[in-house]
Design a protein around this ligand. Structure first.
Ligand code: RAM
Length: 540
């Protein structure tokens, strides 16, 4: 049995944390504002012309083929119907701009251009419409841009994320205007070579994954850590934790991590749970989303930030937020010490695999949260008698996990009424300390051989398996390295120059949104191999 007050968030440490959060909101917002980075803008030029070709052997059935030098379209008088695709050589985030000249007589009529920006060839393979997806169509990056006076410098207003851009001349006074130069004003809070140098002695595959992870992270670092620069362009706590880990061993821009922590602290939901996401544009505000497994990561993210940056003062400052997360999350734990999947009002994420039973992962996430909260309490200077509740609650949940969620016959942690065996149930239980690293090592090596164990489908899900592997060490660490090389290396083999939101080697068209073109092909949470390569210690 849990001590009864642990089941009652209002009773746990009283209302003080919530009141402290409310009273400090303005101060935290002001601190976040003072840490807003000035973005670095670099002009980037296209490296060639390409066209999309259908190829059943290529990923998603299409690929780019080179079509000559950019110079062949520069200076050439434009005609209605002209169309070409520029390749910028790597994923960029920013605004397309160009300068136009008059090759002969004055350009006396507007230039109307159709633009399609693409992270991957699939976005240019066929028209976006009819659009079958479930997310709003406007995330797809097509624009019509009309320039009244097609002479001199012009900039497309929308910030886009892309490697390729298709330009089609809808209408122009034929022959009166020409592109002199087409460029991207690429933006990020960081430059590629900033921060820690690439460690020497990496294997070729680790070096390639390191580079693409770093580029993925750079592309997601703007005035906040965004989840994806194409979509949703917002700060999510689950993504932030992995970005912050990768940032700690690469760009080391701790100001941006701190800014994001303040934003989450200042913009919670009514009951003090941190919102799973917050918006930064056009002004900061809460995203109103309850994801327990994200809120459970708040204390971990603060702790890891302290470990990397040495900024211990933030522990006491953000302590009320961490305390409040533990209190609200404990409302999901029954008297028997087991986490219960709430019926409504919450979104349990963990991965994009809809078949995942989330009860055991939820149990692990809350247990991990309690342990990290107890650690943070020590740094924050919380008196032992107040901090003890977290350790006590963790012990109860650990015992309940071993008693009721471990299936001796199957030899795995199981989840929900169906007793599902999944990769993620093992990973979260191990990370939460529901078993020893030695037991975890055996569990992981077995679950990876078990064909019936449900796998994740996103780099986010696979990250937590790799983190469990790194924690257990031994054979599991080797398995972690192979997962990284196969899964992230698999994206590289399929032409990734940034890592993706979703990747299922068995289903190239998988999308949580009903259209693979809506997937984000430069996605924050997939940058975490950088952390394993540079800090996790198992991938040299
Ligand atoms: C989507 C994004 C984001 C993720 C949430 C849960 O909106 O992919 O990265 O954190 O879902």
């Amino acid at each position: 049995m849990l001590p009864s007050r642990l089941n009652d968030p209002a009773a746990l440490l009283g209302p003080a944390p919530l009141e402290a959060m409310r009273s400090r909101r303005q101060e935290w917002l002001a601190r976040a504002e003072s840490l807003k980075p000035v973005l670095k803008i670099n002009e980037r030029l296209p490296v060639g012309l390409v066209s999309v070709v259908n190829d059943p052997k290529a990923f998603q059935g299409c690929r780019m083929e080179a079509r000559g030098a950019v110079e062949s379209v520069l200076g050439k008088p434009l005609k209605t119907g002209d169309s070409f695709i520029l390749d910028f050589g790597e994923h960029l985030t920013g605004r397309l701009a160009f300068s136009l000249v008059e090759p002969g007589e004055a350009a006396d009529a507007p230039l109307r251009l159709a633009l399609v920006f693409a992270e991957r060839p699939c976005e240019l393979e066929k028209p976006f419409d009819p659009y079958p997806g479930t997310l709003v169509r406007s995330w797809l990056q097509d624009e019509v841009f009309t320039l009244d006076h097609p002479l001199g410098f012009a900039r497309v207003p929308r910030r886009c994320a892309f490697r390729y851009v298709k330009l089609t001349v809808f209408a122009v006074r034929d022959g009166r205007t020409a592109f002199e130069k087409v460029m991207v004003e690429a933006q990020s809070a960081v430059e590629m070579d900033e921060g820690a140098p690439v460690p020497p002695g990496l294997s070729p595959v680790a070096a390639a994954i390191d580079l693409v992870s770093r580029r993925t992270l750079r592309e997601c670092m703007h005035t906040v850590f965004e989840d994806g620069p194409k979509r949703d362009r917002r700060l999510w706590l689950g993504d932030l934790r992995l970005q912050a880990l990768a940032n700690g061993v690469s760009f080391r821009r701790f100001d941006l991590v701190k800014r994001c922590l303040y934003l989450f602290a200042a913009l919670p939901l009514e009951d003090g749970l941190v919102s799973a996401c917050v918006y930064d544009e056009p002004r900061v505000r809460t995203g109103n989303t309850r994801i327990p497994d994200y809120a459970a990561l708040f204390a971990s993210t603060v702790l890891e930030y302290i470990q990397e940056s040495g900024d211990r003062a933030i522990a006491a400052e953000l302590w009320p937020v961490a305390a409040r997360q533990a209190a609200v999350l404990l409302s999901l734990v029954g008297d028997d010490g087991l986490a219960k999947v709430p019926e409504k009002g919450w979104w349990l994420f963990f991965d994009w695999n809809p078949e995942l039973d989330r009860q055991a992962p939820l149990h692990g996430a809350i247990l991990l949260c309690l342990r990290r909260t107890a650690m943070l309490a020590r740094i924050a200077g919380v008196p032992d008698e107040d901090a003890r509740v977290y350790g006590d609650a963790a012990s109860k949940m650990e015992a309940a996990a071993r008693k009721d969620l471990y299936d001796e016959a199957k030899g795995f942690f199981v989840s929900g009424a169906s007793g599902q065996v999944s990769v993620l149930s093992q990973a979260w239980m191990i990370l939460a300390g529901a078993c020893t690293p030695g037991e975890g090592e055996k569990l992981l090596t077995r679950v990876l051989r078990e064909s019936g164990a449900l796998p994740p489908v996103s780099p986010y899900g696979w990250h937590y398996l790799m983190e469990a592997c790194a924690l257990c060490g031994g054979e599991a660490a080797g398995a972690g390295r192979r997962i990284m090389e196969d899964y992230w290396g698999g994206m590289l083999d399929r032409g990734a120059d940034t890592f993706w939101e979703v990747y299922d080697p068995k289903n190239e068209f998988l999308s949580p949104y009903g259209d693979h073109r809506m997937n984000s092909y430069c996605h924050a949470w997939s940058c975490s191999p950088l952390w394993f390569i540079r800090g996790g210690g198992f991938v040299r």
